[in-house]
Design a protein around this ligand. Structure first.
Ligand code: NG6
Ligand code: CA
Length: 505
């Protein structure tokens, strides 16, 4: 009953009764597209658990990640700052140093200061250590130094070494007699790679992923030793579900903030056997079903612990979808009628809308009513909005905007403007318009996704032309001029038409 009265209590009242502070969980999927959840109407995949959050809460049809790749998106969510202002906020290698400055204001620090227990579980990809860490010692600084009391993470992505779990800075299950070494430049003598030993691969690579082989899967980067600590991709979903469960049990009497980074459906897509073949779309679809199962387990555990009614759950994805992201897993061949981007143009890596326009749901059982909202919201705005709810102070310099009532479904006022980013390239969404300035560089990358590199300014009305088929810049000069003005003043010093896709590690 308690939480039913919450909305009518004044904010100061929420604060004086710490027992009533709502728990907060942010679930961030990896490469899940706007059309990859059935909540927005897709008939080709069924995601009932994610849909439960969508249908029981506020379902945003204009929800955005800041960026079309993982590292910058996650940086923005956790700091409230546009990631393109930090030149290092690009797809990080597995041995990259911690990207967030330990003195920086962060979402977990804010929650911790408000008395919350904080945890990051799952995908990290924000670097750890001071650069090329010794993985056999405690790796610092990392998630624990930017505000998380507890962390259990994969350092980067599922396709990058080291392929080990790292709990509070320590590699889990490491045998000191078999230390682990990582190198992103050259291989360790005698260690098999996808090029030297293709016969031991259980999954083939299509581009990029031809370095060390772990669990029969070729990865990015070279690794030696640490055999006892290597994860089994098939078991990863369950591993993190259990870690989440333990965290919930431990904190059932105490307000908590959980950042839960699902690893699906990023490549390599290697779901648990229960999901294999279940989507009819091959590993990519099966991995989405597994992600949905993880969300189901989380809800089930919250219910069992009687926590669901006092927990805000925010669900989104770090960037848009991709099919062939470097492994031959038949994502293209078995797609059928499924549209991962939900009919938007582009995908991961793209300045077109599907790069950053992602699933976005705000669920708070008993407090927030079921609603579909067309308001434009960004993951940047989550932290400032929760600050408002909890009456917490945040720096005035943040790029995130307070939109509490929009998240609570009480009004439809969203952002008017949002800068979108793809590998350092920038665009502007303003109300129903998207303006993409000219960029050199290829039309597509190896994944086949269109990058949104246009020779001239592009202007699209995404209300009337959601697929961005028609560049209406010439027809709408005054709109273009207005948008250019906003774009150049917001991004002053950051627009460079020669920005190329960096050679990725
Ligand atoms: C790219 C990888 C891709 C993926 C991406 C990061 C190649 C050819 N491609 O470099 O597979 O790992 O980085 O994805 O290596 S993200 O979602 O974490 O940003
Ligand atoms: Ca991603």
């Amino acid at each position: 009953m308690k939480n039913l009265i919450l909305p009518i209590l004044s904010l100061s009242v929420i604060n004086s009764y710490s027992a009533q502070k709502p728990n907060v969980i942010v679930i961030l999927a990896d490469d899940l597209g706007y059309g990859d959840v059935s909540a927005y109407g897709s008939q080709t995949i069924k995601t009932p658990n994610i849909d439960r959050l969508a249908k029981g809460g506020v379902s945003f049809s204009n929800g955005y990640a800041t960026s079309a790749t993982s590292t910058p998106s996650r940086y923005a969510l956790l700091t409230g700052m546009y990631p393109w202002k930090n030149k290092n906020a690009r797809i990080l290698a597995g041995d990259a140093p911690l990207l967030i400055d330990t003195t920086q204001f962060t979402f977990p620090k804010m929650m911790k200061n408000a008395g919350y227990s904080t945890a990051a579980i799952g995908k990290w990809h924000l670097g750890m250590g001071n650069g090329k860490p010794d993985w056999n010692k405690t790796i610092k600084p990392g998630a624990n130094e930017v505000g998380f009391d507890y962390s259990c993470l994969i350092a980067a992505t599922v396709d990058r070494v080291p392929t080990v779990y790292i709990e509070n800075g320590n590699v889990v299950g490491l045998d000191s007699k078999d230390p682990i070494y990582v190198n992103y430049v050259k291989n360790f003598e005698g260690e098999p790679t996808a090029l030297s030993n293709p016969e031991i691969l259980k999954m083939q690579w299509s581009h990029g992923h031809n370095n060390s082989i772990v669990n029969g899967i070729p990865r990015i980067g070279f690794v030696k030793g640490g055999k006892s600590a290597q994860w089994k991709d098939e078991d990863m979903a369950n591993y993190f579900v259990e870690k989440v469960k333990r965290f919930l049990i431990k904190n059932k009497q105490h307000p908590f903030f959980l950042y839960y980074g699902l690893h699906e459906p990023h490549v390599p897509r290697v779901p648990y056997s229960d999901f294999v073949g279940k989507s009819g779309m091959g590993p990519r679809g099966d991995a989405i079903l597994e992600a949905d199962w993880c969300v189901g387990k989380l809800i089930e555990n919250l219910e069992k612990l009687h926590l669901l009614k006092n927990t805000i759950i925010i669900f989104s994805s770090d960037n848009g979808p991709v099919l062939d992201d470097g492994y031959k897993d038949q994502a293209v061949e078995l797609l059928g009628k499924h549209e991962p981007s939900g009919g938007l143009r582009g995908g991961k890596y793209s300045l077109y809308d599907a790069g950053t326009h992602v699933p976005f749901f705000f669920y708070w059982e008993g407090v927030v009513n079921s609603k579909k909202s067309n308001a434009i919201v960004s993951q940047l705005d989550i932290m400032p909005s929760l600050a408002k709810l909890l009456n917490l102070k945040i720096p005035s310099t943040l790029d995130g905007k307070e939109m509490l009532n929009t998240f609570l479904g009480k009004d439809e006022k969203g952002r008017h403007e949002l800068i979108l980013e793809a590998s350092g390239r920038l665009a502007l969404r303003k109300d129903n318009w998207i303006m993409i300035p000219p960029y050199q560089g290829p039309i597509t990358n190896e994944s086949g996704n269109e990058l949104g590199n246009l020779k001239e300014f592009g202007l699209f009305n995404i209300k009337s032309d959601k697929k961005q088929r028609e560049n209406v810049a010439l027809k709408n000069q005054s709109k273009l001029i207005q948008m250019k003005k906003i774009f150049f003043s917001t991004t002053e010093g950051y627009y460079n038409p020669n920005t190329k896709e960096e050679k990725l590690k």
